[in-house]
Design a protein around this ligand. Structure first.
Ligand SMILES: [Zn+2]
Ligand SMILES: [Zn+2]
Length: 302
């Protein structure tokens, strides 16, 4: 766990000083591994090192991924791909949303991030180098997607129950036509409950298998953020992922949820809504009507 004491000769005054020292003594490591080790060596405090890295990563990815969608909203060419074409968010609306999300990141998420490293240590997540292979990371991330999706489906569906909706989930539904930045626009309780699915999937995996690197967890969170922001983008393209992977939810799936307030509760995949008949939208309603008619006909015939 404590990579800093195993690999590093001594802490340096600057980050790049640490990096040079690390490079001298650990020639077998690749560039990202050296950057990683130099960070933990330089910080000399794993809780702080993980905390700062997690927060900066989250902010960079969240706003970095939302930016292209803000730009796309300003370019008329992309209007034809907008799902709810007459509802383009204004710059002011996006700005207000960004400020509230930022406020919640600093007041609600930041304090929780300090618990992250002790929790990782407790279940035995590795922070050492070398990193695991790309195949192992890809497999584990795929598993986390499946687990988180199940958690999200049930928790999100529960949040549409009257009292929970009125007191918690209503905030997230302020935008009936979502946009990227609105992905984490929600009550702190909702962020906590739904965020638990994202964090506890890898924690659970590590508690059982004792085989997980914190880098895999970071990559998972990056992909999950991409998924959440893109699902709120409001755009459906001919090259959207669900055309290739029909079970992938994407923006088309979640946009309908915001528009109709009911159905399509899952985050990444379509299978839960399909199997439990909670799909939203005109096609699903038509299918449901047809099924009902067929049942009625059958009952009459009997
Ligand atoms: Zn909802
Ligand atoms: Zn949403």
């Amino acid at each position: 766990m404590n990579s800093t004491t195993t690999f590093s000769p001594m802490a340096q005054d600057t980050y790049w000083g640490s990096f040079e020292e690390i490079s001298k003594y650990n020639v077998s490591l690749n560039y990202p591994e050296k950057l990683w080790l130099a960070w933990y060596t330089y910080m000399q405090n794993d809780v702080l090192a993980t905390g700062i890295m997690s927060f900066v990563m989250h902010e960079t990815v969240y706003f970095g991924r939302s930016l292209p969608w803000i730009i796309i909203d300003m370019i008329p060419y992309f209007r034809k791909y907008k799902i709810q074409q007459n509802k383009i968010p204004t710059a002011w609306e996006q700005w207000q949303c960004a400020l509230l999300v930022l406020l919640s990141h600093f007041t609600v998420e930041l304090p929780q991030i300090w618990l992250f490293h002790p929790m990782c240590q407790y279940v035995g997540l590795s922070t050492s180098v070398p990193f695991p292979s790309i195949y192992k990371m890809a497999f584990q991330i795929a598993v986390f997607f499946v687990i988180e999706d199940a958690w999200h489906y049930w928790m999100h569906r529960a949040m549409h129950w009257g009292p929970l909706y009125r007191n918690i989930h209503k905030i997230h539904h302020q935008y009936s036509a979502p946009f990227g930045l609105a992905a984490e626009y929600a009550s702190p309780i909702e962020v906590l409950v739904l965020g638990l699915g994202t964090v506890s999937a890898p924690i659970l995996w590590c508690a059982i298998t004792k085989d997980l690197h914190i880098l895999t967890m970071y990559l998972w969170i990056v992909f999950r953020l991409f998924q959440a922001i893109d699902a709120h983008s409001g755009y459906e393209f001919p090259w959207s992922l669900h055309h290739v992977l029909p079970f992938w939810a994407g923006a088309e799936h979640h946009d309908v949820h915001h528009e109709r307030f009911i159905g399509n509760y899952a985050s990444s995949f379509r299978w839960w809504d399909f199997v439990l008949d909670t799909e939203a939208g005109p096609e699903a309603s038509k299918r449901r009507r047809e099924k009902k008619m067929a049942e009625m006909k059958k009952a009459k015939a009997l």
